[in-house]
Every structure is written in C-alpha cells, then in structure tokens.
Design a binder for this molecule. Structure first.
Ligand code: KDG
Length: 348
C-alpha cells in the first residue's frame, strides 16, 4: 500500500482552488430509472437534525422553493427541522423503510450502513472546503453515491456540514495532552471514537438531539461540531471553552428513499436531482459565509476561544495516525489510496 503521510497531506494543502462544484452529482444510478407519468401531485417529507436558521436548514428551504417552482406547485416539500422526525440514523432508516422521503445527514453516522463513508472521517484529511468539494464531487464521492441504492437509498449529492471544533466545560485545548480525561460527545462513528480515545479523551457517542441537555447536566464535558452548529444550537450557553481544532471535515449527503424514488417519473426525478444540486451550491456558499460570521458572534458570547498552533495540530495528527492506518484497511486500501492520490492531484 502506498504510504500515507497525513502530516504531509495536511501541510501540502491550502491551495487556492475556485469553487469546484461539479454537476457530476447527477450520477448514473439516478438516470433513466423513472416512469414516464409526468408530474403528479405529491407531498414529500424532508427532515434534518439541525435548526431552520442553520445553513443546512436554509439549504433545505431553498430546495423546497426550487422543487415547488420547477414542478408548478405539484410537488410539495414538507420540511421538518431540529430532529422532529428523529436523528440522522433514525431518519435514514425511515427512508429505507419508505416512511420518509428525504433527509440530509452527516456521512459519519452512516458508516454502520455503508462503511466506505468512513474515509471522510479521517482526521485532518482536508485543509479547505474546496478540497472537500473536489473529492466529494469527483470520482470518489460519485462512486460512493452509486453504491447507495444497494442500501435502499439514493444519494443526490453532497452538501457541507463543515470543519469541526471542540467545545468543553473544563479547559482550553491547546495541546494534544489537553484532551486527556475529557468526556466528549462524538457522532456514532468508530473512526471518531477511536481517534479521540487515542488522544486520551473519553468519547461518548450520542445522537445530536441529546447533546445540549447532556452538556447542560454535565453528563459529558464537551462536544465537537462546526461553528454554525455551535452557534445555532447555543452550545456556548453551556460550555466554557471553544478550541479551534479544525480536526475533521464532515460532509452532508442528500438522501432520497429508493422506495419513493422508484415510484417517480423521470421528469420528477430530474426536478429533485437538479434542485438538490442547485440548493447544494447555495448551501455550501452559505455554510462558508456562516462559518466566519458565527465565529464573530461567538466571540461576543461568554465562551473563551483559543486557536491551535499548526505544530500542535501536527502532533495530534501524529497520535491519531495509527487509527487512520487501521481504518484504511477496513474501508479498503484501494479506495483510500485513490483518495490520497486524488488529493495529491488537487494540491499540485
Ligand atoms: O441534520 C444533520 C445533523 O443531524 C447532524 O448531522 C449534526 O454534525 C452533526 C452531529 O454532530 O450530529
């Protein structure tokens, strides 16, 4: 296997790429599978775990607007925010069962359904959102979307959750040692769990909707999420420290129930596909703007914010590297090598 040096990858990045959102998301799996019945009157239930004011919520509203406009009001999208239909896993299972039509989860909790998604959970994999776009919209991201129908799901493309940072109630995380003994909520994802264990933390996987209460009651010391989420979910009210670890990037994947998809006409499928891509471009843009805005607003709250030096981030990456090596084998060396080769190309 080609030697993977996460440190080299980390430092080689920061290239200035233009926004590379390829329309390649209209993957082969979704083409030509529909009936020829035109556009029917339909109500489409779409749920997410985050709030309406979050870039994901705003992206979903944009999707609704585009679908309703393109279908002349025949396709109605009913939106559900803040996990009112359940958390990522529960909603994804509802899609598989055909009782919900759309959800947009983080790829991380989906590893139990399709393990290959775990490649995106390697800490310090991406340096910039544009690198993530290039991989997700390129051959690797598409290959994973094309596998989804095997699991009763149709993937229409990737949106952005973003770079994650750690908050906690005990101490500022400035060095790798500062993780020791911290009880941190993670997503239900074994790469995240093992990476935090390797750093000496005590990771506690839990669905997102339980996090605020667990922080408030001190059942856990901290959690990790992008800045927009830390702001939107008011985690700053129950956390003392926000450390800008930028330790991993999380994509959202736009999912449709295959059971539902197979009942749609080609015209209806095209509307949903195009709307997911168009709203996705909007959502990614908003997510990047909101990342900066959220930081400015978080600075005005009581939470103490600290930066991490590149040197310390490298030390963290070194400690976690054995976890990456172990999971690379599990997810498939070929796939992982392809990922690093693509990243090398992007960074040249
Ligand atoms: O709607 C998406 C959210 O449910 C979730 O993915 C948020 O990043 C998240 C987390 O930490 O669970």
């Amino acid at each position: 296997m080609k030697k993977r040096n996460v440190l080299r990858k980390m430092m080689a990045g920061c290239m200035a790429m233009g926004l590379l959102f390829l329309t390649a998301c209209s993957s082969g799996t979704t083409q030509g599978s529909g009936t020829d019945k035109g556009i029917q009157q339909r109500v489409i239930k779409a749920g997410i775990g985050l709030n309406e004011d979050h870039p994901e919520g705003q992206g979903l509203l944009k999707f609704k607007e585009i679908v309703e406009q393109k279908s002349g009001g025949k396709l109605k999208v009913q939106t559900y925010f803040s996990a009112t239909l359940g958390d990522d896993l529960k909603m994804t299972e509802a899609l598989q069962a055909g009782t919900q039509e759309i959800t947009i989860p983080s790829t991380s909790p989906l590893v139990g359904i399709m393990k290959e998604f775990g490649i995106f959970d390697f800490p310090f994999l991406f340096n910039t959102s544009e690198e993530a776009d290039a991989i997700l919209d390129g051959p690797i991201g598409q290959k994973l979307l094309e596998k989804m129908p095997e699991y009763g799901l149709i993937g229409l493309g990737y949106w952005e959750n973003g770079f994650r940072h750690v908050t906690n109630s005990k101490r500022a995380i400035e060095t790798a040692d500062d993780f020791k003994g911290l009880k941190l909520r993670t997503m239900q994802n074994e790469v995240h769990i093992d990476a935090f264990k390797e750093l000496g933390a005590n990771p506690t996987p839990m669905p997102f909707s339980e996090v605020f209460t667990a922080l408030e009651s001190h059942t856990i010391d901290g959690q990790e999420n992008p800045l927009a989420t830390i702001k939107s979910n008011k985690f700053y009210e129950v956390q003392k420290h926000l450390s800008l670890t930028k330790h991993v990037y999380t994509p959202f994947v736009f999912l449709v129930s295959k059971k539902f998809w197979d009942t749609l006409s080609s015209e209806e499928q095209k509307i949903l596909q195009e709307a997911a891509i168009e709203a996705g471009k909007y959502q990614r843009q908003l997510s990047r703007e909101e990342d900066q805005k959220a930081l400015d607003e978080l600075k005005k709250t009581g939470v103490k914010i600290n930066e991490i030096s590149d040197q310390e981030r490298q030390k963290m990456a070194e400690i976690i590297q054995p976890v990456v090596e172990t999971y690379a084998k599990k997810f498939g060396d070929d796939l992982v090598n392809e990922l690093y080769n693509e990243l090398d190309k992007i960074r040249q």
